[in-house]
Design a protein around this ligand. Sequence first.
Ligand code: COA
Length: 254
Amino acid sequence: MDTIRTATLNGVATIEIARPEKKNALTQAMYQAMADAIHAAVADPSVRAVLITGQPGIFTSGNDLEDFMQRPPQSGDSPVARFMRALLDCEKPVVAAVTGGAVGIGTTMLLHCDLVYVSDEARLAMPFVSLGLVPEYASSLVLPQLLGHVKAAEKLMLGEPFNGADAVDCGIANAVLPAGEVVNHARRMAERFNGLPPGAVRDTKRLMRAANKAQIQQVMASEGEIFSSRLRSPEAIEAFQAFFQKRKPDFSKF
Ligand code: COA
């Protein structure tokens, strides 16, 4: 099964999420493969930038809900936690090509990339509350910082989906591109780092991220604790079962 494809070409290490039959839902094995790929890219001196991309029409539908129920992440050492840390700590520039739908961590991971290009078909959403969960990847901190509380609340508390143009307005993305061009554009932008001094790029990224980093780590720890306990909550169980039974969840009893 070929669910994460990696390739390094022209100084760019590409991580391609490739599980279209499940809308690129991320299993623990896929998180581990992505974490390993980021560490390998950092260690490889020929790599100047990392590119994360998906499949036509779908970037990722976020955590695989079945995998999540059967193997809930238990500790800070779980594959999803390792992926989040690897991206957060990646000292090289990370570029995202959002090829389509980006749900849950599909959107929150963008907050930790350096350049983000979005397809005009993309639909982003963070429906954590609808799943009986809470935001992750420090989105409960970074999104209100970017948008202010009330606009962040539409996205995090109501889980309202939004398109690429909104993502640009919010400061989550750089530009919207036609669906057929988004990956090539993102790749060209990633390749621009080949012409720049890598030490200065690395130091600049570290400086830009430094002020928020400790707080991001602290918020991720708090979110993680609540997220894990909410995964076992009756609200989440109802939401997950409803998704797989292809019906509307019933939260009236809670
Ligand atoms: N986890 C597990 N399986 C998923 C999944 C996920 N996050 N997202 C999609 N799938 C599966 C579906 O169960 C379906 O499987 P099946 O063909 O065996 O029935 C298949 O992928 C296709 O999904 P479907 O919902 O039919 O596609 P769609 O085009 O109608 O909708 C989405 C696409 C992404 C909008 C929709 O799949 C969705 O909302 N997924 C869940 C997103 C989510 O809540 N993520 C977690 C955030 S924490």
